[in-house]
Design a protein around this ligand. Structure first.
Ligand code: M6R
Length: 368
C-alpha cells in the first residue's frame, strides 16, 4: 500500500506530479476556470474588492504563495492570515470580501470557525479542500477540490502543491470575472500550470543527492531557511517540514530581514538553506540574494542553495548546490519545495523517526 516506499510520506512526495495533474483536471473547460461548486453568482465574483486567505500550517504557506499570483493577476488586495488569528480579531469584512479557506482535511477547527465568522459578516467564502463533503466546503459558497488523493502522512506534501495550483486557479477565475486578464492570457497561464507536472517529475528524479546531503547533516541541531518573494513562504514551509519531522530547530526568514536580527544566529557551521530567486525572472532579487549568501558565508554558515538550472552565480557560491528546472517565477514554489520535503524526510529517517507519524501531531486538528 506504500507502493514500495518505506513511508506513506515518501509515496506522497512521489505522487506530486499526479496530484497536480488531477487537481487541474476538469477545472478548465472551454477557456474558462471551472469551480466544483459555485453558489455565488458571477456578478458577486466580479464585485469582489478584497481577498482574505485563511488557513493553518502548511495550508497557510500555500496561501502566502497565492498572494503573489492573485494580486498580480487580479490587482485585488490579498491578505493572508492564520485562521486562529483571523477569527479572534475584528477583520473588516463585507459582502464584497472573498474569504478563501484552504484546508486539506476540511475539518480544521480554527479554519472552520474563521469561515463561520466570515459568513456571519456576510463575506463570500470559497473553500479549497482535499476531502469531498467535509465541513468547510459544506459551509462555503464555492468549492474547488484539490484532487491529490488521500494524504496519510501527517506532514502535508502533495496537498501543499495541489493547494498552490488550486489557489492559482482561483486567481485566474477572479481575473477572468474582473476582466483583468484576457482569455488567451488565462489560457497561457493554465498551460504553464499544466507543464508543471513534468517539471515536478523532473525534480523528483534528482532528490537522491539531497537525501544523501540530509543524512550528512542529520546531526545538526539547527537549520535556517532563507527566501525572497515566493521563495519566502517556501523557506517557511521547508522549516516547518524539518521541525515537525526531524524535531530540529528550524526557522524560515525573508532574506531581506537578515540584518534586522536573524544574522545574529549565524555561527560557524550552521546550515542555511537558501531558496534562490530566478536570475532571469527576478534579477534584482537574485543579486540581493547573492549578497546575502556572501554575508552569511563570511560568518561561517554552510550554504545549501536551491537554484535554477543555469544560475552560474549560485553554483559558484554554494557550498552545496541543488538544481531545479527553470520555470516561470510564480510557479517556482512547485519545484523548489520538493527538495525541502525530501531533505526533511531524510533527516528524520537518518535520526530513526517515523516520518508518517511525528510525535505530538495529529493529521487533522479538530480542537483548538
Ligand atoms: O487539514 P488542514 O489543511 O486544514 O491542516 C492544516 C495544518 O494542520 C496542516 O497543514 C499541518 O500544519 C501539517 N502537519 C503540515 O505538514
Amino acid at each position: 500500500e506504500k507502493g514500495g516506499h518505506d513511508f506513506f510520506m515518501l509515496k506522497e512526495i512521489a505522487e506530486q506530479p499526479q496530484a497536480l495533474a488531477d487537481t487541474l483536471l476538469g477545472h478548465f473547460e472551454n477557456g474558462r476556470v471551472v469551480l466544483d461548486e459555485q453558489r455565488i453568482s458571477d456578478q458577486d465574483l466580479r464585485d469582489v474588492d478584497k481577498v482574505f486567505v485563511v488557513a493553518c500550517g502548511t495550508a497557510y504557506h500555500a496561501g502566502l504563495i497565492a498572494k503573489y499570483a492573485i494580486e498580480h493577476w487580479t490587482r485585488l488586495p490579498v491578505e493572508v492570515e492564520l485562521a486562529s488569528e483571523f477569527r479572534y480579531r475584528d477583520p473588516v469584512l463585507d459582502r464584497s470580501t472573498l474569504v478563501v479557506a484552504i484546508s486539506q482535511s476540511g475539518e480544521t477547527a480554527d479554519t472552520l470557525e474563521a469561515v463561520r465568522h466570515a459568513k456571519e459578516q456576510k463575506a463570500r467564502v470559497l473553500a479549497i479542500c482535499n476531502t469531498n463533503g467535509a465541513q468547510i466546503p459544506r459551509e462555503s459558497d464555492a468549492v474547488l477540490y484539490t484532487h491529490a488523493g488521500p494524504e496519510i502522512g501527517v506532514a502535508s506534501t502533495k496537498c501543499f502543491l495541489a493547494q498552490i495550483v488550486a489557489t492559482y486557479l482561483v486567481g485566474l477565475a477572479l481575473a477572468q470575472a474582473r476582466g483583468t486578464k484576457y482569455s488567451d492570457e488565462v489560457a497561457r497561464e493554465y498551460l504553464a500550470l499544466e507543464q508543471m507536472t513534468d517539471a515536478v517529475a523532473q525534480v523528483l528524479e534528482t532528490v537522491e543527492p539531497v537525501r544523501a546531503l540530509a543524512r550528512d547533516l542529520s546531526s545538526t541541531d539547527t537549520v535556517l531557511f532563507l527566501g525572497r518573494h515566493v521563495g519566502y513562504p517556501v523557506a517557511l514551509e521547508g522549516a516547518l517540514k524539518l521541525k515537525e519531522l526531524a524535531y530540529i530547530h528550524a526557522e524560515g526568514f525573508a532574506a531581506g530581514e537578515l540584518k534586522h536580527g536573524p544574522i545574529a544566529l549565524i555561527e560557524d557551521g550552521v546550515p542555511v538553506i537558501v531558496v534562490m530567486p530566478s536570475p532571469v525572472g527576478r534579477a534584482v532579487l537574485h543579486s540581493k540574494m547573492v549578497s546575502n549568501i556572501r554575508e552569511i558565508q563570511a560568518r561561517g554558515a554552510t550554504t545549501i542553495v536551491i537554484a535554477e538550472d543555469g544560475d552560474i552565480a549560485a553554483a559558484a557560491l554554494a557550498d552545496h548546490l541543488i538544481v531545479i528546472p527553470r520555470v516561470p517565477t510564480l510557479l517556482q514554489p512547485l519545484v523548489s519545495t520538493v527538495p525541502l520535503q525530501a531533505f526533511a524526510a531524510a533527516v528524520a529517517q537518518a535520526r530513526g523517526y517515523d516520518v508518517d507519524k511525528p510525535r505530538n501531531l495529529a493529521k487533522s486538528v479538530t480542537v483548538e
